[in-house]
Every structure is written in structure tokens, then in C-alpha cells.
Design a protein around this ligand. Structure first.
Ligand SMILES: Cc1cc2nc3c(=O)[nH]c(=O)nc-3n(C[C@H](O)[C@H](O)[C@H](O)COP(=O)(O)OP(=O)(O)OC[C@H]3O[C@@H](n4cnc5c(N)ncnc54)[C@H](O)[C@@H]3O)c2cc1C
Length: 369
């Protein structure tokens, strides 16, 4: 197996030669207007052996280790390009299918997903169930060889362009709330599925509402145990938080550019202190991310909280430094409008603090109403 150091040199050289064909670094989820370019980039990345780096070779991966994968993410962040098309397919769906899928499900989904021939979205949140995801009410009722799905999902990033979605739905309304949920792989073109774009305060519409009306979903699309979907969903969310946490490396580039932004400006003592505090926080998080890689444990909440709070503060400080210009259209204004979303997506900052308090620090559990 190629050593991590040699792999890093190889990846760096490939990126230097090929980065010109990449879309701008959009983060974890490809916005709808960049899909064509994002898919073309992913296919090029896959052909060169950099998609599914730690997946088994039989499923289209390269059979290397998670350390090789985190080096690829680091090199992409340094090059300012997205590491793959979209993390929902490769990180969330791929991770869930590898861990919980039957041999048939692995054969059906992993190859097309790693090649970006099958694009995925995440159908978890509902109007009445976000932080308290266990309270979800979309129903999937067994009817012969199918489940009949009725309900509504919301904030579904990339719903419009996705071929399939990972869906959490209630299969046993009588059971305790976390014990009556199942996890499904759902084609987005089934009759009865309606997708409507939602406009954000940035002016863009990156996510959608998804309505299910008497949708016949084949029972073979159940992933993991019937009524045992909570465990599958939590494994998926932990991977998502680990992935979001590793974007700290991209943040360091932003901090470097902020340090340059201060050059030649007459910053106040407070602004200088704020900038210095952010740069030193960024360096500590970078060191932690490099030590841990894309972590799939409750410690992922630490990185998710730290990185998204810091990105929020960075965007606000950028706005302050830009002054009046930040109220106009442009990257500083866009950054300030987009920043709050990062503190919410993948589980809010408050929820991460609860997880850290209860599961990492062993504090008393939050009282339940
Ligand atoms: C950019 C973006 C992309 C997203 N993409 C997707 C996607 O693709 N698929 C998907 O399914 N979802 C997606 N989401 C939804 C996201 O997962 C939810 O918004 C998030 O889980 C919060 O749920 P909520 O919006 O219902 O807020 P609520 O859960 O209603 O929370 C409202 C407020 O109450 C606070 N709060 C709630 N419970 C507690 C508690 N126990 N203790 C302390 N404070 C609490 C929260 O922190 C928050 O400030 C996305 C969100 C964003 C912003």
C-alpha cells in the first residue's frame, strides 16, 4: 500500500496539474448552479483514484485508509477545490451503505455513487423535527412489498438535482419515539414526491421542501433493521459532523487571507485583538483536525461546534473590517448572510454543546419536558 507521505505528494502533483478544471470550493454541498461542473470534476477525481479512497476496491474505491482520505481533503483545501462532488453521496450514504447495507444494496449503490452517476440528498429534517429529529412524523406504512410514505421533509440540500435520497420515516407509531423509526434509500422520481425550492436570505435557493403523498417505496429499500433507523441515522449524522469539522483546513486559508486583509489598514486595538484571537483559535483547531482526521465519534461535535462558530465570527469580522462596503452586494455581504446557516446545518451549536456536556464531559442530562 502506498504510504501516506507518498500519497500526499502524488495527490498534490495531480491537483497542481488538474485544479484548473475544478469548480470554486463550495464546501460540503454543491449548489444547484454548479452541478454540471461539480459532477464533471468528481468523475475526473474518481478516474484518477481520489474518490472513495478508503472504500473497498470491489465497490469502486481505492482500498486505502481513512488517513489517506484525510490527506486528500487537506490537499484539496490547500488547493481551494472541492474534494468530491458532494458529501451526502460519498460520506453519508456511502458510509451508511457500507456499514448497514446488504450485499445487494452495496452492489446496487456504491459503484454509481462513487462515480457520481447517482446523486444523493438527505431527507431527515421536518417542519416539526430538526434538533429533535426523533419527533419526526413522516410515516412509512407497510403494504405488501412496499412501504407507503406520507409526510413532509424540509431544508433538503440539493433535493432538486438528486436521483436518490436517504430518508428517515416513522414505521411504528406505537413505539417510543426513537424506537419506531426506519431508514430508507429512496428514489426521488417515485410518483407522489413533489420538490419545491426554498429561497434563503442570501438570495439563493440551495435547499428544498419535499412532499410525500402515498409514495410506494419498495420494502427492499429499507437500510438496516426495521424500526432500527435511529442508530443508522445517528451514525450518518456523526460522520457529517466529522466531515464539517475537517473544513477547518479550508478555514486556515481564510484566516491567512484575513491576516493579509489587515495589511495596510489602520485596525483598532479591538479589531487587532479579535483577528489575533481568531487566527490562534484557527491554528489550534487545525492541529486537532490533523491529529484526528474525519472523526466519526461524539468528539466530532467538538470540531463541528468549533469550526462553524469560528467561521461565523470570521465572516462577521470580515464584514466589520470591510465597513460600509460589506452592506453592498459582494463576497463580504454574502459571507455574513450565509454564515448563520453553518451553525445550524448538521445539528445546531446548542445541540452540539448538549452532546459535549452530556456525553464527553459527563454532565447531568438535559431535563426532558
Ligand atoms: C444550510 C443548511 C443545510 C441543511 N441541509 C439539510 C439537508 O440536506 N437535509 C436535512 O434533513 N436537513 C438539512 N438542514 C436542516 C438542519 O439539520 C436543521 O435546521 C437543524 O437540525 C435544526 O433544526 P430546526 O431548523 O428545526 O431548528 P429547531 O430544532 O426548531 O431549533 C430552533 C432553535 O432552538 C434551539 N434548540 C433546539 N433544541 C434545543 C435543546 N435541546 N437545547 C438547546 N437549544 C435547543 C436550536 O439550537 C435552535 O437555535 C439544513 C440546514 C441548513 C441551515
Amino acid at each position: 500500500m502506498i504510504s501516506v507521505d507518498d500519497f500526499q505528494l502524488e495527490a498534490r502533483a495531480w491537483l497542481a496539474a488538474n485544479r484548473a478544471g475544478a469548480p470554486r470550493d463550495y464546501g460540503a454541498i454543491c449548489p444547484p448552479d454548479l452541478v454540471e461542473q461539480g459532477v464533471a470534476w468528481h468523475r475526473k477525481v474518481h478516474e484518477a483514484g481520489y474518490a472513495g479512497i478508503h472504500w473497498p476496491v470491489e465497490y469502486g474505491g481505492r482500498g486505502l485508509t481513512p488517513e489517506h482520505n484525510s490527506i486528500w481533503m487537506l490537499e484539496c483545501a490547500l488547493a481551494g477545490v472541492p474534494p468530491v462532488f458532494n458529501m451526502v453521496g460519498l460520506v453519508l450514504t456511502g458510509g451508511a451503505v457500507l456499514k448497514f447495507g446488504t450485499d445487494e444494496q452495496k452492489a446496487q449503490h456504491l459503484g454509481p455513487t462513487v462515480r457520481a452517476d447517482r446523486l444523493w440528498c438527505q431527507l431527515f429534517s421536518e417542519p416539526g423535527a430538526g434538533s429533535d429529529l426523533g419527533g419526526l412524523s413522516t410515516k412509512a406504512e407497510r403494504d405488501g412489498d412496499d412501504f407507503i410514505v406520507n409526510g413532509q421533509k424540509v431544508w433538503c440540500s440539493g433535493g432538486r438535482y438528486s436521483d436518490w435520497g436517504i430518508l428517515m420515516a416513522r414505521t411504528d407509531p406505537e413505539a417510543k419515539k426513537h424506537e419506531g423509526i426506519s431508514f430508507f434509500l429512496c428514489p426521488m422520481d417515485l410518483p407522489g414526491i413533489e420538490i419545491r425550492p426554498l429561497k434563503q436570505m442570501t438570495g439563493e435557493a440551495e435547499f428544498d421542501e419535499v412532499f410525500f403523498t402515498d409514495v410506494h417505496l419498495p420494502a427492499a429499500n429499507l437500510l438496516g433493521p426495521l424500526h432500527g433507523g435511529w442508530g443508522v441515522g445517528m451514525a450518518v449524522l456523526t460522520s457529517e459532523r466529522g466531515h464539517i469539522g475537517t473544513s477547518v483546513i479550508g478555514l486556515e486559508r481564510r484566516l491567512e487571507s484575513m491576516a493579509r486583509l489587515a495589511e495596510g489598514r489602520d485596525l483598532s486595538a479591538i479589531e487587532r485583538q479579535q483577528l489575533a484571537a481568531l487566527i490562534s483559535k484557527g491554528s489550534s483547531y487545525k492541529a486537532m483536525a490533523q491529529r484526528q482526521g474525519p472523526i466519526a465519534s461524539t468528539a466530532a461535535s467538538l470540531m463541528k461546534l468549533g469550526i462553524t462558530e469560528m467561521m461565523f465570527e470570521t465572516s462577521m469580522l470580515r464584514g466589520d473590517l470591510a465597513g460600509m462596503d460589506a452592506t453592498l452586494d459582494g463576497p463580504d455581504a454574502f459571507g455574513m448572510l450565509a454564515a448563520p446557516g453553518g451553525r445550524i446545518a448538521g445539528g445546531t451549536s446548542q445541540v452540539q454543546r448538549n452532546i459535549i456536556g452530556e456525553r464527553l464531559l459527563g454532565l447531568p442530562r438535559e431535563p426532558k419536558a
